[in-house]
Ligand binder design. Structure first.
Ligand code: C2E
Ligand code: MG
Ligand code: MG
Ligand code: MG
Length: 290
């Protein structure tokens, strides 16, 4: 494939990475087997509305249960395959699984949008919007129940085509979010042209709140930016009650993180949702006044 070839070309000039290139090729090969062998699955992590605690939706996160290496986090293999056409196979898997889950939860009386992470290459792949339309029809689900998370970097590659593709997706009523906001280099000039509904503020800033004043000003600026655009802000990586209450107080709309819940299997998520009656009640912060 193109990715293998370019990785090998690169290795010619950088002999020190040859070993990792060989590792990459091994991962690529076993990924194909993994899909055939049912080693891939999705976990679901809740997103909650800060003002009310209402559970708003879930993010689908890919898991690879490798037969010899054990469970592999997505960061151990996604970055390696993002440059190759294999990422399409992985994205198709995640989308299909998520759509199937939305429709099965819907039949069980649980109606929540589920977000799938999308790579740059997917977004600009010809026919992607048509594929999404066909998938929604096949599972008889509304576009409003499917969310796509796209990282900032992905959006900046080919602005005009990206806007065109995203507009087609929003015509299907699919929700578009910017993931890891603050870590890329998005041009504020372009941001308002994108048909996005949600800005997900990267956990590297969220986790340093409220003690780190620099992080606080970035998070506050991102929330203000979202609100000025008429959209919502979500804070990623909320791990404790102090951060949760801080975010609620500054008017951030949504939160996601270990405080609310770790990513759960589909069945665990369903039981967790019902055990809370659909509302997360945060513990009191350990100290007041931040
Ligand atoms: P992401 O989309 O930014 O997902 C958030 C990551 O932060 C997840 O890691 C999640 O488990 C983790 N996380 C959530 N809450 C907390 C918290 O309170 N503290 C800490 N320390 N971490 C938290 P995960 O599952 O390892 O996924 C890593 C990345 O892999 C994701 O980042 C996403 O970019 C990518 N990814 C996951 N699934 C897929 C997929 O199906 N397709 C593609 N293309 N990428 C995926
Ligand atoms: Mg994400
Ligand atoms: Mg993120
Ligand atoms: Mg990430």
């Amino acid at each position: 494939t193109v990715a293998e070839k370019s990785a090998l070309d690169y290795a010619d000039y950088h002999p020190d990475i040859i070993r990792s290139t060989e590792e990459n090729l091994a991962v690529l090969g076993s990924l194909q087997k993994a899909i055939e062998g049912n080693q891939l699955s999705l976990d679901y992590q809740p997103k909650v509305t800060l003002a009310t605690g209402l559970i708003y939706g879930a993010e689908a996160l890919l898991r690879w249960n490798h037969p010899t290496l054990g469970p592999l986090p997505p960061e151990a293999f996604i970055p390696r395959i993002e440059q190759s056409t294999l990422i399409q196979v992985v994205t198709d898997f995640s989308l299909e699984q998520a759509a199937k889950q939305v429709s099965s939860w819907q039949r069980a009386g649980l109606e929540l949008p589920v977000a799938v992470n999308i790579s740059t290459r997917n977004l600009l792949h010809p026919g992607f919007a048509d594929q999404l339309a066909a998938m929604l029809e096949r599972y008889t689900i509304d576009g409003t129940l499917l969310e796509l998370e796209i990282t900032e970097g992905a959006l900046m590659t080919d602005m005009e085509r990206t806007i065109e593709e995203l507009n087609r997706m929003t015509q299907l009523q699919i929700i578009i979010s910017i993931d890891d906001f603050g870590t890329g280099y998005s041009s504020l000039q372009y941001l308002h042209r994108l048909p996005i509904s949600l800005i997900k503020i990267d956990q590297s800033f969220v986790r340093r709140c409220p003690a780190d004043k620099g992080a606080v000003s970035i998070v506050e600026a991102a929330v203000t930016l979202a609100h000025n655009m008429g959209i919502k802000a979500l804070a990623e990586g909320v791990e404790n009650a102090t951060v949760y209450h801080f975010l609620r107080d500054i008017g951030c709309d949504l939160a996601q993180g270990y405080l609310v819940s770790r990513p759960l299997s589909a069945d665990e998520f369903f039981n967790w949702y019902h055990s809370l009656d659909g509302t997360f009640r945060p513990p009191l912060p350990a100290m007041t006044g931040y």
